[in-house]
Structures are given as structure tokens and as C-alpha cells.
Design a protein around this ligand. Structure first.
Ligand code: MEV
Length: 426
């Protein structure tokens, strides 16, 4: 049986047998209450329960020569199916090559009501060593771990504002808390050197380091049942070109990339809002909304190239407190932050590939609605035994909740009639 045909229990067993999961991880995944109530209540304000989402795995994504099983928490039926499809194609073609720049977080301290912006700038720059000391005192352990201030710039923004920009190395953490602690400490120190007031001291969620992912595929490997690989490859290139001239298409193109990325980031216990904000800003960096990936032909191969920011951490925040995030880290093979960022970027690229291959071939709805039938059947209230019959009826009939409820009523009626016939026979 194929992986997707197994029960969740058998899938966990297989991942244990293959060495991707430990038996303890599998037991945690099997447990219904993965998050102790006290943990939830300490992590967020006003906790009243949990909001479980299915956790799935995009299998065998080859990234820089290493196989990864990529965990994704998601509600959309076709996302993991598409990711696995894209991963299969990429892996069969030698996998995805990726690169990530050194991890940094940027904090800004903005001053206002200064009498002389030029003078204030010079004074602050003259206190660079003091600022280094302030940063070291604000968070000594980061310095011990090799992190700290990387770069400091001071610039005036119009006639009103002076901005101190601190580029920080937060090591394996995402760095939001570190940047905010440092920004507030620097702000307090600066006000004793210059007049004026601190307006804001906070990190920026603007893009910092970029991750790139690239894949090269033999056109023939892209063939679908009805369409040749060459035709699919050419259409993918056209779809990519279209996204560069049609911003409305670019947003949907990028949504396909985010389909994999957001669920994978969520599963690691990272802040998905920070990732979404940064990627949105990056897509507009040229002044015009652009696709995050480009696809082109090179010597008979379809080449895909993706670049985007992934502001994440491998430690810190809620990551250490969420037991499932630890399982995800092991299962994903995320030995460090750079690997985590690169695998997730590679996932975004293959997710994009799978979406465009479907668009270029059979269209998106055939596969999507097949999977959507399960969600409709569950929403209509089907039991585990009724589910296959209802899914079948939906696939052959109309795919909406009203019809799902009608089909379910008919299934139940037929069952009753069948039972009473059986009883009469006895
Ligand atoms: C659906 O969730 C994502 C797609 O719309 C992406 C795309 O159009 O490229 C299929």
C-alpha cells in the first residue's frame, strides 16, 4: 500500500520503521491531548482550549542531497497532496538546491522632538562602544553564544525623525524578543546623550536574510495522463511570465507557494504572522507586487528559482514549550535554523511546481474536489462507516453541503430499509 493509503497509525509505524520518528514521537503524535492545559494557559492569554489541525507530512523532499520528511499543519485538503507530488518530481530530478544568508534581526529606535538631527546623529555615532556595552548588559547570554550587534546605522527620516537601526545576530532564535529587549535598552541609554524623545523601539518585520531554492526538471518528467511534459513545461513558463505582468495572478501564484510554507512554519511553533508580513513586503520590494518564483527553460530543462525571507527561529518563543514542535523538528530533520529555513523554502518551490503543473494540465478542481469531498462529508455529520459512501455520492453528484446532507439522509434511510428487510428474513 502507498503511504497515503495507510491509516495514520500505520503511517506513524512506517516512519518509525524508516527511522524518521522515534517510538516516543509516534506515541505523542497518536495522543489526543498533545498540549497540557497548563502549558496552553501559560503560553497565551485567555486560553480556553486547543484548536487542533491535522499534521501531515510531505514525503521525501531531497534538499542539498539530504532527504527530508516535511511536517505541515494544515486544513486545506489538497496542500499536502500537492506538496508530496511536487517533492516526488523534484527528488526524481536530483532534488532542490538551496542557500540562506546569515541569520539577522533588525531593531529600530526612532527619536523625535530633537533640536538638531545632524548633531544628534553624530553624538549617537560617537557612542557606538557604549551602545555595544548596553547591548551586552541587556542580554549577556546572547553575547556568550556568539551573537550581538552586527551593524549600527543612524539616519534621519525627513525633518522629524532620527532612526537608529541595529542589525543583530540572534544565533538560532528568531530574535524578536532579543531585538525588542535590545531596542528598549538602547533607547533608554540614548536619551541621556541627546535631547528629544523616543517614539518607538521595536524590531522590524521587514525582510532580512533571504533564502533561495532552485530546481531543474527534465521536461518529460512533468507529463500528466493527458498532456506531454514539453507542453506542461512550456505552459509553466508562460504562467510564470504571466505572474510578472499580472499582479492579480502574482498574488495567487504566491499563495500557492505559501500553501506549503505557512503550514510548515506553523508546525515548527514559529510565528506565521511574522513570516507572512515579511514575505508580503518582499513581494512588493521593487515597488510592484511580484511573484516570488520564476520558471524558465534551460537546455530542455524546466528551471524554477524561488527567493524569499523566512524570519524563523529553531529555539526560543513558544518552540521549546510545544512538545509537537520538538517532534516536528526531529521529523523534518531540522538540525539547525539554516536547514529549517532551506527545507521550508524548497517546500514552497515544489508546492508552486505542483500547483502550476495542475493548472497547466488537468486544472486544479479535479484533484481538489476529490479531496474536498472528505471535508464536506465530515461537515455533514457522516460517521466513519458512512464516510466512504457519502464521499462516493458527492463525487458522482453535487459537491456542496446541502447535497451532502441530502445524500447522507438517503444513505441512512437505505440502511434502515436494508436492516428491516434482514430482520423480516430472520
Ligand atoms: C490553491 O490553494 C493554490 C493555487 O491557486 C495556486 C496557483 O494558482 O498557482 C492552485
Amino acid at each position: 500500500m502507498k503511504f497515503y493509503e495507510l491509516s495514520p497509525e500505520k503511517r506513524r509505524d512506517q516512519l518509525v520503521q524508516e527511522g524518521w520518528l522515534t517510538t516516543q514521537d509516534a506515541a505523542l503524535l497518536a495522543g489526543t491531548h498533545s498540549l497540557p492545559e497548563v502549558t496552553g494557559a501559560r503560553l497565551i492569554e485567555n486560553a480556553i482550549g486547543e484548536f487542533p489541525l491535522p499534521l501531515g507530512v510531505a514525503r521525501n523532499l531531497l534538499v542539498n542531497g539530504q532527504l527530508h520528511q516535511v511536517p505541515i499543519a494544515d486544513e486545506e485538503p489538497s496542500v499536502i497532496a500537492a506538496a508530496s507530488n511536487g517533492a516526488r518530481l523534484a527528488t526524481a530530478n536530483g532534488g532542490v538546491r538551496t542557500h540562506v544568508a546569515a541569520h539577522r534581526v533588525v531593531a529600530e529606535v526612532v527619536l523625535t522632538n530633537l533640536t538638531d538631527l545632524v548633531q544628534a546623529r553624530q553624538t549617537i555615532l560617537a557612542h557606538q562602544t557604549d551602545i555595544q556595552k548596553v547591548i551586552a548588559v541587556a542580554h549577556p547570554s546572547m553575547i556568550q553564544r556568539g551573537g550581538g550587534l552586527d551593524q549600527l546605522t543612524v539616519e534621519s527620516l525627513g525633518a522629524q525623525f532620527l532612526k537608529i537601526r541595529l542589525t543583530l545576530d540572534p544565533q538560532q532564535a528568531m530574535g524578536a524578543n532579543y531585538a525588542n529587549t535590545v531596542a528598549e535598552a538602547v533607547a533608554a541609554a540614548v536619551t541621556s546623550w541627546v535631547d528629544g524623545d523616543v517614539l518607538v523601539s521595536i524590531l522590524t518585520n521587514a525582510p532580512t536574510e533571504l533564502v533561495t531554492a532552485e530546481v531543474s526538471l527534465e521536461s518529460a518528467s512533468l507529463a500528466t495522463k493527458a498532456v506531454s511534459g514539453d507542453v506542461i513545461a512550456k505552459k509553466i513558463v508562460q504562467l510564470s511570465d504571466l505572474a510578472f505582468v499580472d499582479a492579480e495572478r502574482a498574488v495567487t501564484h504566491n499563495k500557492g507557494i505559501l500553501n506549503g510554507i505557512i503550514g510548515a512554519v506553523l508546525a515548527t511553533g514559529n510565528d506565521t504572522r511574522a513570516v507572512a508580513a515579511s514575505i508580503g513586503a518582499f513581494a512588493c520590494a521593487s515597488g510592484r507586487y511580484q511573484p516570488l518564483s520564476r520558471w524558465y527553460m534551460d537546455q530542455g530543462h524546466l528551471v524554477g528559482h524561488l527567493q524569499l525571507p523566512l524570519p524563523m527561529g529553531a529555539v526560543g518563543g513558544a518552540i521549546g514549550a510545544l512538545p509537537m514542535a520538538q517532534v516536528v523538528r526531529r521529523l523534518g530533520g531540522y538540525q539547525n535554523l539554516a536547514i529549517m529555513q532551506q527545507v521550508i523554502a524548497a517546500l514552497g518551490l515544489v508546492q508552486n511546481l505542483a500547483a502550476m503543473r495542475a493548472l497547466a494540465g488537468p486544472g486544479i478542481q479535479a484533484g481538489h474536489m476529490k479531496l474536498q469531498a472528505n471535508a464536506l462529508a465530515i461537515a455533514a455529520g457522516a460517521t466513519e462507516t458512512e464516510l466512504p459512501m457519502l464521499v462516493n455520492a458527492l463525487r458522482q453528484g453535487s459537491m456542496d453541503l446541502k447535497h451532502a446532507q441530502q445524500y447522507l439522509t438517503t444513505i441512512r434511510l437505505n440502511k434502515k430499509v436494508g436492516q428491516s428487510k434482514d430482520e423480516n428474513r430472520d
